[in-house]
Design a protein around this ligand. Structure first.
Ligand code: F6P
Length: 318
């Protein structure tokens, strides 16, 4: 019987389990045995591999995180690490591999493809930063979690006429901040794609306050500012008391949304079908509501053009 390996890598994302379930079910459908690789590429190097059966994945679609666990492996970034990984795959008789993860993980998959491994990648990252796919698994759930948190902050801000700076995740991609604001959770936003300087943030805030809006939410993507400095700047400039909330790791876990589960299921099944049909070195994704697949070597481009979303936002927040 042919063996298919599956691993999750990089930051966990809600919906990864639904993708694992879909891959295992689809593989079994095509009479492939599935080997679950624990802890991402590091677990592969270390041989943390065991059979993964259909019954083990029966009830995992609604669980956040990843039952396979995950890691960011420094050893796999080195050629020697990747060669070890290849030997382990051969030792376990794994002829093909599904990798679920973000940019770095898909790059890793591409490296294995270059070494002759039959591999297909599935985008699983809350950052939604891969240009080849409109959505990656985890983003929708994360956005809903962010909106839920922001809604609570807004209740208090409204009651006290307060301004809060909220920092959301996203690494170097502003989608979480941008889509939060589009969904009504945030009035002033700053993202890596359109970074506002302190003075601009202040002037936007000043305009809102002058127009009688005394509760305001400033959403910023992580890694952009020293938040303490930003808060202090606004307080001094506008003679205002400002709060700062970093949502942090409250954002990444939790039950995946229906959207993420369906997306994960579609992509998981397609990944297996590609392998069964002899494809390798591809990543599955979603473009204009259709499942697509793309060469792994082309999937690392970042989606930097956010003009459409920003245009909508300008209408909503003018
Ligand atoms: O890539 C997903 C992500 O959650 C980013 O948004 C964040 O910057 C990073 O992972 C945090 O990484 P770690 O889990 O290694 O601290």
């Amino acid at each position: 019987m042919n063996k298919l390996g599956i691993l999750t890598s990089g930051g966990d994302a809600p919906g990864m389990n639904a993708a694992i379930r879909a891959v295992v079910k689809a593989a079994n459908h095509y009479h492939l045995e599935v080997m679950g690789i624990q802890c991402g590429y590091q677990g592969l190097i270390d041989g943390k591999i065991h059979p993964l059966t259909s019954s083990e994945v029966e009830d995992i679609a609604e669980r956040g995180g990843t039952i396979l666990k995950t890691s960011r492996s420094l050893e796999f970034m080195e050629e020697t690490g990747r060669k070890k990984a290849l030997q382990v795959l051969q030792k376990f008789g794994i002829h093909s591999l599904v990798v679920i993860g973000g940019e770095g993980s898909l790059q890793g998959a591409e490296r294995l493809h270059e070494l002759g491994v039959k591999v297909v990648g599935i985008p699983g990252t809350i950052d939604n930063d891969l240009a080849y796919t409109d959505y990656s698994i985890g983003f929708d759930t994360m956005l809903n979690t962010v909106l839920d948190c922001i809604g609570k902050i807004k209740d208090t801000d409204f009651s006290h006429d307060k301004t809060t700076i909220v920092e959301v995740m996203g690494r170097y991609c502003g989608d979480l901040a941008l889509y939060s604001a589009l969904a009504g959770g945030g009035e002033i936003i700053s993202t890596p794609e359109r970074k506002l300087d302190f003075a601009t943030i202040c002037s936007k805030l000043h305009t809102r306050i002058s127009n009688g809006k005394h509760d305001n939410l400033i959403i910023v993507t992580e890694r952009m500012y020293d938040l303490q400095q930003l808060q202090q700047y606004i307080e001094e400039k506008l003679n205002l008391s400002v709060r700062t909330t970093v949502l942090g790791f409250i954002q990444r876990g939790g039950h995946p949304s229906a959207f993420d589960r369906v997306l994960a299921s579609k992509l998981g099944i397609t990944a297996v079908e590609l392998l069964v049909n002899g494809y390798s070195g591809r990543a599955v994704g979603m473009k204009e509501n259709k499942v697509i697949h793309e060469e792994l070597e082309n999937v690392n481009a970042k989606r930097t053009d956010k003009q459409d979303q920003y245009r909508l936002l300008e209408t909503l927040l003018h």
